[in-house]
Ligand binder design. Structure first.
Ligand SMILES: [Zn+2]
Length: 675
């Protein structure tokens, strides 16, 4: 074997990549509009008053939405070819982020165009037309945004399928080689095979007929060789890939932006599912599905179809992926109650997993709440971010305060060669090998869960990841890759662990990181606690009022709305304090809404109770324990007046300045006493 073979392969791969696009048709002109515009995706939308825009021109600024529209002719000889649209909407030239964009074709959202998805496959039905209408709804972003960004590229391309297949095959094998030890026989064999494949390609006339024929032969050769090598490793671990896109409900952007991120990420998922029938995807948050149903009912309907057919998994247990250190017990239960109820009502799905990959530590109360809520599994990856100590287990039973135990599993995918695990995997050969290398319970389990897809601000899996997955079904030197969903994986894990010596963790899952968040945004944390108290008291009084007064209507809708807002604001970047200022401005407005709704409900219930119990004053103990302290009344009795219970028993009082202290002795839990 010659020296520099690996380097040569890397170089030749980079030469091959652009030739995947065998024919390129530029889309030079667009009609352009900055600012929101209703109906601009429709083919019949009248854009004659819009500005002309040429590819290469600049657009954007801070937090700007822009629309680009064009009609794209389709040549007749492309009708049975693999064809895609490509865009670099900008600002890729300044480094950093590419504008997140939703691409519509003939009025229907096709997929997102972003830094990870610059290419969108055009399904055959569009190729039978002489012309298609495209619309791009781009968002310039809020983080390190340049003053203007340049729209660099718009093309219709014909993809040479053999070249693409060769590229992905060679790319995976090359990346696998770099993960293996120098003297590993599999590395030696793979390097020899891939080198031989490259020798079959005629690089003398790139893009010629001869070149494309030679590359097609090389692809066939490589596939045959891999098939032969497959039998060499009959026993090895399995990595189960689940498509995922972590979408923070807010973080470095606001809620309104997240609602658009959901539409973009989800339409990409739907489009990729059509191209890769084996693709499975999980998204956890009922709140986001609810937003999608309001904003993009057409995308929501298609998501629902995929959920019904079993390709799209909804599990996660909670209304949002909530912090678990700050919300009280009732809130954590409501997160699960609202989450499970929505998934059951909207999709007919019963969920079994608490899915919190990115939450900043986990309360010791959780195992009890998880078990009593009818859930079985807990998944995260975050504890690996600890500053000092490595958590000793990746698969274990987590015991709660009351002794409840829940099967818990960490996603051990290595993040950029650090000791942290990531939920934003790429499904690269290095990760597929690394997830197994990291894993600490190899003796009791040889099947691991890898979530792949760009995330935090959404994005999700790419075509490259799905191509890699197909090839890594069995590549020497790597665990076997299968695509599946989370809950079938966890059910298999549970069965595999039966009768084995599974580690037990009895305590909280404390995260030695992000601690500073818990002492920031004090006003927000206070508003959460005040809302929890108010809702507790109001619900008690409303329940009591409905038992006393048949004319009283329990305000179910008000409490549901208030709780949904409380739960939303317990998201793991809102309540801990890790978001931008604009998020907390909006959050305070929502807490004000909660306060108004809840105090109105409380006062209406009190009025109904007073109507039935009579008397002049009501003393309420809304807590679950007996209270012996004095009741405070911000008023005074006229001289000669006295307070007495309904049965005539006098009540001791003491007057202060304009106020009265009332001594009722022991006040029973959850009681209202009329005086
Ligand atoms: Zn997050």
């Amino acid at each position: 074997m010659l020296f520099f073979t690996e380097e040569k392969i890397a170089k030749q791969l980079s030469e091959i990549q652009p030739t995947i696009y065998r024919e390129i048709y530029p889309i030079p002109y667009f009609k352009f509009h900055e600012g929101p515009c209703s109906g601009a995706e429709r083919p019949d939308f009248d854009d004659r008053h819009w500005a002309d825009f040429r590819v290469g021109d600049a657009w954007g600024g801070y937090d700007v939405v822009a629309w680009f529209r064009a009609n794209v002719p389709i040549a007749t000889h492309l009708r049975d070819q693999k064809v895609a649209l490509r865009f670099l909407v900008g600002p890729r030239d300044s480094g950093g982020l590419t504008a997140e964009t939703l691409l519509y074709v003939n009025g229907t959202p096709l997929q997102a165009i972003d830094i990870w998805h610059d290419e969108a496959w055009l399904p055959p039905e569009y190729l039978q037309q002489d012309e298609i209408s495209i619309a791009l709804k781009a968002w310039s972003g809020m983080l390190n945004v340049p003053e203007r960004c340049r729209f660099k590229l718009a093309q219709l391309v014909q993809i040479d399928e053999a070249t693409e297949r060769f590229y992905y095959l060679a790319d995976v094998l090359h990346k696998t080689i770099t993960t293996l030890e120098e003297h590993d026989w599999r590395r030696v064999r793979l390097l020899e095979t891939i080198n031989e494949a490259f020798r079959r390609i005629d690089f003398t006339r790139l893009r010629s007929e001869v070149y494309y024929r030679s590359i097609s032969n090389a692809a066939r050769f490589l596939e045959e060789q891999i098939a032969e090598l497959r039998s060499a490793e009959p026993v090895k671990p399995t990595v189960v890939g689940v498509g995922h896109s972590h979408i923070d409900m807010i973080w470095l952007w606001r809620l309104c932006h997240t609602r658009e991120k959901a539409a973009r990420s989800f339409s990409t998922v739907l489009h990729l599912m059509r191209q890769y029938p084996e693709y499975r995807y999980i998204h956890s948050s009922p709140q986001l599905y609810k937003f999608l149903s309001q904003d993009y009912p057409d995308i929501f309907a298609r998501v629902k179809e995929r959920i019904a057919s079993g390709e799209w998994e909804i599990t996660g247990g909670m209304w949002v992926e909530a912090d678990t250190n700050l919300p009280n017990g009732e809130s954590l239960i409501r997160q699960i109650l609202f989450g499970k109820r929505y998934m059951r009502a909207e999709f007919g799905v019963e969920t079994h997993t608490v899915w919190l990959p990115d939450v900043f530590g986990y309360s010791w109360a959780l195992p009890q709440i998880i078990c009593k809520s009818g859930l079985r599994y807990f998944v995260t990856s975050k504890i690996s971010w600890n500053q000092f100590n490595r958590f000793p287990y990746d698969t274990f039973y987590w015991r709660g305060i009351d002794g409840s135990e829940v099967l818990s599993h960490f996603i051990t995918t290595p993040e950029n060669n650090t000791r942290r695990y990531t939920y934003n995997g790429t499904l690269s050969p290095a990760e597929v090998k690394g997830i197994w290398d990291n894993y600490q319970q190899k003796i009791i389990n040889d099947e691991l869960l890898l979530t792949y897809g760009w995330g935090d601000g959404g994005g999700g899996p790419t075509r490259q990841m799905l191509e890699w997955a197909r090839i890594m079904d069995n590549v020497p030197g790597l665990p076997r890759v299968k695509l599946d969903k989370v809950e079938p994986y966890l059910a298999r894990l549970e069965r595999r662990l039966a009768g084995k010596d599974v580690p037990l963790w009895d305590g909280e899952l404390y995260l030695e990181y992000h601690r500073g968040t818990y002492t920031t945004q004090r006003r927000n944390k206070r508003a959460n606690r005040k809302s929890e108290f108010l809702l507790h008291d109001a619900e008690f009084l409303a329940a009591l009022a409905s038992t006393l007064d048949s004319a009283y209507t329990y305000p179910t809708d008000t409490f549901r709305k208030a709780w949904e807002l409380v739960c939303l604001n317990q998201f793991h970047d809102i309540i801990p304090g890790s978001s931008i200022t604009a998020v907390y401005v909006e959050s305070q407005q929502q807490y004000e809404e909660i306060r108004t709704m809840t105090t109105t409900a409380r006062d209406t219930a009190l009025a109904a109770i007073a109507g039935k119990l009579g008397g002049d004053l009501l003393v309420v103990n809304p807590t679950s324990f007996t209270r012996g302290d004095l009741a405070f009344w911000p008023g005074t009795l006229d001289s000669g007046q006295a307070l007495q219970r309904a049965d005539g028993e006098p009540v001791r009082i003491q007057n202060g300045e304009g106020v009265t202290w009332i001594d009722l002795g022991d006040i029973a839990p959850y009681s209202v006493t009329a005086l």
